[in-house]
Design a protein around this ligand. Structure first.
Ligand code: ATP
Ligand code: MG
Length: 236
């Protein structure tokens, strides 16, 4: 059973991108914005806080775990997360913001599993039971800049050698995210320049959301009057 935007009244938004691109920062800002405008909102992330998410977080520290196990666990966690947390909130008319989703799996599991022959098609197949977001924002940023942000945040991050390895990996991941967004057949992706100031990024995302809100207007009756308030504000 394929679940997509016509199955709910809320709005399912995903934030994606390389480490340090600003997913958590922008997620929190969007959350506060919607809260301030009295719109029901849920901010969530993957791996989820559920049972399978917990196993994944334990595995993240363990490099001996086969990448196929990660791919299977991430897909299982996503189905669990979607069924028990995201879909019930969407059905109640919430705006759900997820910090990472399917794209992260498609990219990290295939990059990490290069030598284990994990294909994008296989990971896509595993994720075919997951909810399809209304919008996926790729917070696109140069890997040097995101690394600088992360270093500022965590002064113990790295030494020369490791830094270059990390940088090359992040560049590869960035390109993979861009490729995925550009090839998206559902056209649900938007590429956002994440090197800008957070306020500017927020504004760009909200402007784009306005279009979806309008197109979803009829199926989003409960929140429409509240939503209109912030849509009007965006025009000023
Ligand atoms: N637009 C921005 N301009 C400048 N600094 C930013 C911006 N967005 C985030 N930052 C800073 O960059 C650092 C990383 O941001 P954040 O934690 O939001 O990234 P992330 O994508 O969630 O990273 P991770 O994938 O590691 O969880 C933080 O210190 C944050 O304050
Ligand atoms: Mg984060």
């Amino acid at each position: 059973m394929k679940m997509n935007a016509s199955s709910w009244h809320g709005l399912f938004i995903v934030l994606e991108g390389i480490d340090g691109c600003g997913k958590t920062t922008i997620g929190k800002m969007l959350f506060s914005f919607f809260q301030q405008h009295h719109l029901p909102v849920l901010l969530t992330a993957e791996p989820s806080q559920g049972k399978i998410g917990k196993i994944i977080r334990e595995n993240l520290q363990d490099s001996s775990v086969h990448p196929a196990i990660d791919a299977l666990l991430f897909a299982a966690d996503r189905i669990d997360h979607g069924t028990n947390e995201i879909l019930p909130a969407l059905k109640k008319g919430n705006i759900v913001i997820s910090d990472r989703y399917i794209d992260s799996s498609l990219i990290y599991q295939t990059t990490q599993g290069k030598n284990s022959q994990i294909s994008m098609d296989w990971v896509k197949e595993l994720n075919k039971f997951c909810l399809i977001p209304d919008r996926i924002y790729l917070l696109d940023i140069d890997a040097n800049l995101s690394l600088a942000r992360r270093k500022k945040q965590n002064s113990t991050l790295n030494e020369q050698m490791e830094k270059f390895e990390k940088l090359a990996f992040q560049q590869e991941i960035r390109n993979a995210f861009l490729k995925l967004a550009r090839e998206d057949l559902t056209k649900n992706h938007r590429i956002v320049d994440a090197s800008k100031q957070p306020e500017e990024i927020l504004r760009e995302i909200l402007k784009d959301l306005k279009d979806i809100c309008i197109s979803k207007g009829l199926s989003w009756k409960e929140n429409l009057s509240k939503a209109k308030k912030f849509l009007i504000k965006l025009d000023h």
